[in-house]
Unconditional design. Structure first.
Length: 490
């Protein structure tokens, strides 16, 4: 809303232009979400108490754990509704509502929240700790993941790379030679004219035997990239060139008007087509490929199976967050940390220059995911205000499944899916502890941990609940820092 208002007012009052910056709106979204939770929290908690929406503490498994947690009985649950509504309000104010990735994130948030809400509601109706059956809950998660995967398969996210890396030029001497010997009116001459005068002079005076230094390659690459960003599309230069599906899609938009990103992308495709033997082709079908951390341009193509991968990610991470939601503030605080990491990643991959420098897939539409992640970050902190020990409200499955779903969605939409096990490392450990415990008991009849998930194991070892939560937060922060540092390692 504020973005559209700023576009309307900035021709008259330039100060409103600041609200078009997604970094400014991300800060506003976080603050708005936090303040809304802070103000609405007490009223929601009173209402939940009035309608007796309280947590039931089971005692049939581990008596010691029941003794530790029995004081939580009756604490209002379904507080995840506060996270969802506060996020929606914040995005309504600060989001650029024309960005489809923002709506994809909102859709997953609401769909996963609805699955969790049904589970919580059934628990309250039965006055018991069992809600939706495992199959029904899994079905809801699979349907959400399937909807997301199919959408991304048939309506793929716009991806780069739009700019050149120096390594994309396979034969620098021949590339410079083609520019130097360009005939008037040719493609090469058109590109040469866009270069700065000093570089143009160097190209013109270049001798065949001259060594092309790394510094010179870097300067020329930067100049060509600047030319790609400035250059208007010349349809005449495409005559006689063989075009692919992507090129034809953009060329059809020239007469109707193109976004800056589409124009730059088409110029990059023109360069690849004009210099097929010199300029490396950028990978196609990036939306169904996985970028492998630690390697430059190493992609795993999945094709249609990418849909199944998306389903797996959504189901796995939402269940992992749900399993972690067992102590006051644990799931909420850890989710905030993971969301902070992916909000930063969204900002990085949305910038052509940063993603180009870090060898990451450029996702220009992800700029609004920065606002989306910041809104969730703010509402998560606002909810944590009341969820910190001793908790006044629990998020329930409503919040846990919703937060897990959006963390997985952020990983998918930023094309950093394989970084998720590190960003959400604590959630992975919690889920693995359950798998190990169940597997060990079925195979050997013995338990590895005193109780799973892992946070209960440490409780039964004698750790205070607050100590377990804070130490697990520390581990989550370390995982998040590891994931961010891994972006540069290629």
């Amino acid at each position: 809303m504020l973005y559209q208002l700023a576009l309307f007012l900035k021709p008259h009052l330039s100060v409103f232009n600041v609200f078009t910056y997604h970094t400014v709106r991300a800060g506003g979204a976080a603050l708005t979400g936090f303040l809304f939770c802070l103000m609405a929290g007490p009223g929601l908690i009173r209402w939940l108490r009035a309608v007796k929406v309280g947590q039931y503490i089971r005692q049939e498994h581990v008596a010691d754990l029941h003794a530790l947690h029995k004081g939580k009985a009756g604490t209002p649950t379904m507080g995840g509704t506060l996270i969802i509504f506060a996020t929606l309000l914040s995005l309504l104010l600060w989001g650029r509502l024309s960005n489809r990735l923002l709506w994809v994130g909102v859709a997953v948030l609401c769909m996963m929240g609805a699955v969790g809400f049904m589970d919580d509601f059934i628990k309250l109706r039965r006055k018991h700790n069992s809600g939706l059956s495992a199959r029904a809950k899994m079905a809801g998660q699979i349907v959400t993941g399937l909807a997301l995967g199919l959408y991304l398969l048939f309506c793929p996210v716009t991806l780069g790379p739009t700019l050149l890396r120096s390594s994309d030029i396979g034969d620098w001497p021949r590339f410079i030679e083609r520019l130097r010997d360009a005939s008037p009116g040719s493609l090469e001459a058109d590109l040469l004219k866009t270069l700065p005068a000093p570089l143009r002079a160097q190209v013109t005076d270049w001798s065949d035997g001259t060594h092309v230094t790394e510094e010179y390659r870097g300067e020329l690459t930067a100049a060509v990239n600047a030319a790609l960003e400035r250059k208007a599309v010349n349809l005449g230069h495409w005559e006689g060139l063989e075009t692919d599906r992507e090129s034809r899609k953009y060329l059809a938009k020239v007469s109707r008007g193109m976004t800056d990103r589409e124009r730059v992308r088409l110029n990059r495709l023109w360069l690849e087509t004009a210099f097929p033997d010199l300029v490396a082709s950028s990978p196609r079908s990036l939306h169904t490929q996985l970028e492998v951390p630690g390697f430059k341009d190493f992609l795993i193509p999945l094709g249609p199976f990418y849909v199944l991968f998306v389903v797996f990610v959504i189901v796995a991470i939402s269940n992992a967050v749900n399993l972690t939601d067992g102590l006051d503030g644990l799931a909420a605080g850890t989710s905030v940390i993971s969301l902070l990491a992916y909000t930063g990643i969204a900002y990085v991959v949305s910038r052509a220059d940063w993603s180009n420098y870090l060898w990451l897939i450029h996702v220009p539409e992800a700029s609004e995911l920065t606002v989306f992640g910041a809104a969730l970050l703010g509402t998560g902190l606002g909810f944590l205000w009341y969820n910190a020990h001793p908790a006044e409200v629990f998020m329930g499955d409503t919040g846990a499944l919703a937060l897990g779903g959006v963390i997985g969605t952020m990983a998918i939409l930023t094309k950093q899916e394989l970084v998720l096990p590190v960003v959400a490392g604590l959630f992975v450990i919690e889920a693995l502890s359950v798998v190990i415990q169940v597997g060990s008991f079925k195979l050997t009849g013995r338990r590895v941990f005193r109780m799973a998930p892992l946070h209960h194991h440490f409780e039964l070892l004698g750790w205070d609940e607050t100590k377990v939560t804070i130490r697990f937060w520390i581990v989550a922060v370390l995982f998040a820092l590891m994931s961010l540092s891994a972006l540069k390692l290629r």
